[in-house]
Design a protein around this ligand. Sequence first.
Ligand code: BTN
Length: 256
Amino acid sequence: LQYKNTLFIGKVVHAFSALPSTNSHAQELLSKSTPIEGTVITAAEQTAGRGQIGSRWYSPASLCISMSVILYPRFLEARRQFGLNIIAALAVRDTVQHFLADGPPCRVKWPNDVYLAGKKVAGILIQNQIAGRQLQHTIIGIGLNVNVEQFPPALPLAISLRQAGGALYDLWAVEEALGRALEQRYLALRGKQIASLQEEYYENLLGYGESCRYLLPGGREVVAVGKGVDEDGRLRLWFDGQEQAFGLKEIQWLPD
Ligand code: BTN
């Protein structure tokens, strides 16, 4: 079981029918061994899928992709680690666009949610290991909603490729394409093409150069213009005549 048309991502795939979390499994592997670069862990179902800032990720059996990819981006300085968020988001977007060529535009919501028609089609959880100024390893965890026909009412802002007008997809084909897209984007990052990756990220970033509503720490609602992302991966917003940067826990984007 391995991906075709890749150099290193998915040459080893550990595919499980069920796991609590593919990211947690990748962490366990890394704690006791050095898996070869590009090792992929997938699960048809996650029983405790993990989202950002401690949230849960809905991963129903055989309807979505839950994958974690182990990489060793030692070429990347720790202060440039947001580059990994950029390549992961762009790779997911590439894949969504490929399978939904005539679908609604696919945008990125900072830091790395992937949106279709105002709803979230994929989420990404990146866990980096840093030593000194360099990255040692990263786990890029991707959850992509593929064939889900209906989400639980508690998830009104979720959407699947299927719901966005797509067919019923072969999950393996989508997973392989995702692996391929991630490898291409990773190679671009390794090839120091960070400026063009960042440009593409901004071109597709919701709220970039546009006014959107945000909830600030303390509960104040503002209309702010997105100015990009700083070196620490914080979102730069312009409001009240000045620019301020916010971390993920500090700000909430309010959809229209
Ligand atoms: C988010 O949007 O909050 C991030 C969701 C990330 C979900 C993926 S599914 C595969 C990997 N394993 C996990 O436990 N989480 C990530």
